[in-house]
Design a protein around this ligand. Structure first.
Ligand SMILES: *Cc1c(COP(=O)(O)O)cnc(C)c1O
Length: 451
């Protein structure tokens, strides 16, 4: 076996997803109805989500079986490789061992199909004809488009306008899979028209695009909504990453001291971390978890833990999460997938319980780390993934300073082949560091709903 790479055979693909809710020392806070602000019922959610996904959202069962039809598709690119970053270790001259799980080998180039495929599957099974969703940088829209084409579903994607204009190739990919892609805010929904009336030049946000997609799903019997991050069932589907990594590290004869991931909505982070955290909570080995977010969208490090809406029009249920306020419109910096105002309730909960750390890193350091990684390992990380790389490098340098040979595992959640404009801008010195100003955060947070 190649000493740099740890690959599992096809039949080692997990048969079950791991549900952290079974092992949490304190149960997750309840989800509230946006109108009544009372605990939400499955019937309230039925117009939006497939029934099976609603069940998974609140399940406390530890292992949930992956349907065979879903496994058959995941097998096309899973198990994904785990690499030992020996050349990066050497470049950093660190005594630490660095491993990375490589999720960029999926057809759309990121971890997102891990949940797009089961979401499409359950909707198809329940007789749904069409999926409405949103996308920021385009990773989710292209993954959902792919999954819909595999299950013969129509797919309508509201794409944040600034990305729609900046990333024509992501849009082309969605269209190649047969999806319809609309720049958001648009005049096709009431929420979109309302935003455009107030601000005709609005470049959009995930919160706005979600409102448009949710509106379409709520108003059409044959249409359901899908979300690519944040929700419990999405994090559940992403646990294939961590479960595989556990087996691969066992092959390597190692165990992580620290696990690093980038957090936009929290799904790839939860996916790699939660199986390890579950083992720790059941009396297994200790492990430190480190979430890395952009300084320009500091949800975990500067946001509040509070009940908030998932979208700008306040159509979604209220969830307890770290948030910058649903009216948050991020600065136009490049890590498109990390620009959401909220954070997965499960990742927020785990942080509150002291089971995870969080750190914000500026984008210039992230790009510098991404380039250092590309030079050593050959892979161009997605701008989002450079945050995980930067976090792992910081940890490796800390180990060097402290003379510790810790084992670091990080998730390389996607490739940057569609994001080369960001690398061009970086090289031309056009990118700037941006700290979201305290006053702007205070302003956005003052609008939080009272419950
Ligand atoms: C969508 C995306 C993210 C952010 O989403 P999470 O739910 O936090 O994982 C990060 N990296 C890539 C490559 C993405 O496509």
């Amino acid at each position: 076996m190649n000493t740099l790479k740890y690959l599992l055979s096809d039949d080692a693909l997990p048969t079950h997803w791991y549900n952290l809710q079974a092992d949490l020392p304190e149960a997750m806070p309840e989800v509230l109805h946006p109108g009544t602000k009372k605990p939400i019922t499955p019937a309230d959610l039925a117009p939006l989500f497939a029934e099976e996904l609603i069940k998974q959202e609140v399940s406390t069962e530890r292992w949930i079986e992956i349907p065979d039809a879903v496994r058959q598709i995941l097998l096309q690119w899973r198990c994904t490789p785990l690499y030992r970053a020996r050349r990066l270790e050497k470049a950093l001259d660190t005594p630490a061992k660095i491993y990375y799980k490589w999720e960029g080998v999926s057809p759309s180039g990121s971890h997102k199909p891990n949940t797009a495929v089961p979401q499409a599957y359950y909707n198809k099974l329940e007789g749904i004809r069409k999926i409405a969703t949103e996308t920021g940088a385009g990773q989710w829209g292209s993954s959902m488009g792919m999954a819909c084409s595999m299950f013969d579903l129509e797919c309508l994607v509201y794409m944040v306008k600034v990305s729609y204009n900046q990333k024509p190739y992501r849009r082309a990919l969605m269209e190649a899979y047969g999806a319809t892609c609309i720049a958001s805010p648009s005049d096709t929904t009431e929420s979109g028209r309302k935003i455009l009336q107030d601000d005709p030049d609005c470049t959009g946000s995930l919160g706005i695009a979600i409102s448009e997609a949710v509106e379409v799903a709520a108003q059409n019997e044959d249409t359901r909504y899908c979300l690519g991050s944040v929700l419990n069932h999405v994090l559940l589907h992403q646990t294939v990453i961590g479960i595989e990594a556990q087996k691969q590290l066992e092959m390597a004869g190692d165990y992580p001291d620290v696990i690093v991931g980038c957090t936009g909505g929290g799904s790839n982070y939860g996916g790699i971390c939660f199986p390890f955290l579950g083992e720790k909570l059941r009396g297994g080995r200790d492990v430190r978890l480190l979430a890395v977010e952009p300084s320009a969208c500091p949800t975990l490090t500067k946001g509040h833990l509070a009940y908030d809406y998932g979208d700008v029009a306040k159509l979604t249920p209220l969830v307890m999460m770290h948030t910058l306020g649903s009216g948050f419109v991020p600065a136009g910096f490049h890590s498109g997938g990390l620009r959401y105002h909220g954070m997965a309730p499960m990742v927020s909960h785990v942080l509150k319980l002291g089971l995870s750390d969080a750190r914000a890193i500026n984008q210039l350091e992230c790009f510098a780390s991404g380039i250092q990684f590309a030079k050593a390992e050959g892979i161009i990380p997605a701008p989002e993934a450079t945050h995980a790389v930067a976090g792992a490098i910081q940890e490796a340098l800390r180990c060097k300073e402290e003379g510790k040979s810790e084992t670091i595992l990080f998730n390389l959640c996607g490739h940057g082949h569609f994001d080369m404009q960001a690398y061009i801008d970086y090289h031309e010195g056009k990118l700037r560091d941006y700290e979201y100003p305290e006053e702007a955060i205070a302003m956005a947070l003052s609008g939080l709903p009272s419950v």
